[in-house]
Design a protein around this ligand. Structure first.
Ligand SMILES: *[C@@H]1O[C@H](CO)[C@@H](O)[C@H](O)[C@H]1NC(C)=O
Ligand SMILES: *[C@@H]1O[C@H](CO)[C@@H](O)[C@H](O)[C@H]1NC(C)=O
Ligand SMILES: *[C@@H]1O[C@H](CO)[C@@H](O)[C@H](O)[C@H]1NC(C)=O
Length: 495
């Protein structure tokens, strides 16, 4: 299958490489690709990639891109400059995010949909080339062309700048979530998952971190500025501003600086939600949006959850302890990072940790212990009702958009066994169940089940194996539930 998708790309990249002696199969492939391109064109679907499906919750989904300068001016979170440009690299100037939110199902925006790969594509392409250590003037246009062919035409099926869902029917104010992406990602890598939650009545701020972890981003401090490009960073790209300083940016120091950067962005996102809810005018340096003034008083900023995937999950665990003054009520933590530094164990609110199957199955040493054991003990010791589960049949990228766009490629390279749509549906369902629990303490779905496996793939007992429904065992292993939390047992927390 991989060759099927690869050949046409090559043919597409080098259409001039014709020769008199070309083999008939080449001509056949070229014609087949031509026909396929014609088909895609006629059907308005993207070349080589599946379009993103529409959302399944009871509401429609709106989206707005916002970039806002930090309250109180930019903040330097670590002293480091880029070796070639001499510019500070850990200075947080603005917050960039896409907000997904519920709207009327029938509303159609006249504004064009947001693109899945933000423009310019060449910026993202160069970032990937650089991350693959292949960045030069020959590979750059090739990466751009491939990225353009694979996902250039994909758009996010949310209505841009739609009005927030009308009040009434219990929708007077919506719970809010701030979501942080993983390494080598951007704000558009989890659109399906986050928009599915929005279609179920949540306002989600999908941040884009400018800590050098993404393939490329643009910081705009004012609407008229052309913007500053943020390329991906490696520890070897940076140094202390004082060349004689002894301070070295090894991997740990680098990750700590990135985490501090992301923490400042978490704070900025929480500030933004409060400002919107208070009706404070928002200084937005991206395309103007008109919906925000009608959001005053419509966000339940008391029902604030922090969330993230991979490095973003590590960041969310950290932010749960640093944003205490804004009182987040819960966190959901997906595949907390293995290589993104230590996990902050000090959260005091309910958390839901979900591991993909590959994240639990692969035994990774993590500060002298298996990563799985660290996560299990961390969840057990949280002084609030919390869960730790593994989603069976999934892999690390299952919760991102990538498998939806390139399903065959992803299942081939990551070994997922669960259908991509079903995997995403399960993630949406368990997070929705968790939201339900946070709202009124009710335990439903998989969260109403007792533990099944304290170790990955080892049943707690034969009896539990017999009684646990087959259709759930195909999808989940439950490692920690509130009943298993040591501190809760000693001193139960009233909800
Ligand atoms: C906001 O969320 C909190 C916490 O879940 C809840 O107790 C409260 O009732 C909600 N407020 C509204 C207006 O929905
Ligand atoms: C967690 O709390 C302990 C005890 O207060 C403290 O020593 C530790 O530094 C904290 N960890 C983090 C990562 O903040
Ligand atoms: C976890 O909880 C289940 C049922 O709630 C119980 O059977 C099991 O013994 C508990 N395990 C630990 C380690 O507390």
């Amino acid at each position: 299958m991989y060759n099927d998708t690869k050949q046409p790309q090559n043919a597409f990249i080098a259409p001039t490489a014709h020769s008199r002696q070309r083999l008939p199969w080449r001509r056949i492939l070229l014609s087949a690709f031509g026909l396929y391109a014609l088909y895609c064109f006629a059907h308005g679907s993207p070349l080589l990639a599946s379009p993103l499906p529409s959302y399944t919750g009871p509401h429609g989904v709106g989206a707005i891109d916002l970039e806002v300068p930090l309250n109180g001016g930019s903040r330097r979170v670590a002293d480091a400059v880029h070796k070639t440009t001499g510019q500070p690299v850990f200075e947080v100037e603005t917050l960039l995010a896409t907000v997904y939110y519920p709207t009327d199902r029938d509303f159609r925006s006249h504004k064009p949909r947001y693109r899945w790969i933000p423009r310019p594509i060449s910026l993202t392409a160069q970032g990937y080339a650089r991350l693959a250590s292949l960045d030069n003037c020959i590979t750059r246009p090739i990466f751009t062309l491939v990225l353009w062919a694979v996902g250039g035409a994909v758009t996010i099926p949310a209505e841009v700048d739609a009005p927030l869902l009308r009040p009434g029917n219990g929708h007077d104010s919506f719970p809010v979530t701030v979501f942080s992406h993983g390494d080598v990602s951007s704000r558009t890598d989890y659109t399906q998952f986050l928009a599915e939650l929005a279609s179920r009545g949540h306002v989600i701020v999908a941040m884009e971190h400018r800590d050098g972890s993404g393939p490329g981003s643009i910081v705009k401090t004012s609407a008229s500025s052309p913007g500053r490009r943020v390329p991906p960073l490696r520890p070897s790209d940076i140094q202390h501003p004082d060349p004689d300083s002894e301070i070295e940016f090894d991997r740990d120091a680098f990750k700590r600086a990135q985490l501090a950067f992301r923490d400042a962005e978490f704070h900025a996102a929480v500030d933004l939600l409060h400002a919107i809810n208070n009706g404070t005018p928002i200084l937005n340096t991206r395309d103007p949006v008109s919906t925000l003034p009608s959001w005053t008083g419509r966000l339940n900023t008391t029902h604030l959850t922090l969330a993230g995937h991979s490095f973003g999950a590590t960041g969310a665990l950290q932010a749960l302890t640093t944003t205490l003054s804004s009182a987040p009520v819960a966190g959901w933590i997906l595949d907390p990072g293995k290589s993104s530094g230590p996990l902050n164990p000090n959260a005091t609110v309910p958390i839901l940790v979900v591991h993909s199957n590959s994240w639990s199955r692969t035994v990774s040493p993590f500060y002298q212990r298996p990563h799985f054991d660290t996560v299990r003990d961390l969840v057990s010791a949280i002084p609030a009702p919390s869960w730790f589960l593994t989603s069976i049949g999934t892999a690390h990228p299952s919760v991102t958009d990538a498998p939806l766009i390139e399903p065959l490629l992803l299942s081939w390279t990551t070994g997922t066994t669960l259908d991509v749509q079903e995997a995403l549906r399960e993630y949406v369902r368990v997070v929705d169940d968790f939201f339900h629990f946070v709202r009124d303490g009710g335990q439903r779905g998989i969260l109403s089940e007792k533990a099944t496996h304290h170790q990955y793939d080892e049943w707690v007992s034969e009896e539990r194996e017999r009684e646990f429904p087959r259709d759930l065992a195909r999808l989940w292993q439950i490692h920690v539930t509130p009943a298993n939390q040591t501190r809760l047992m000693e001193c139960p927390v009233e909800l």
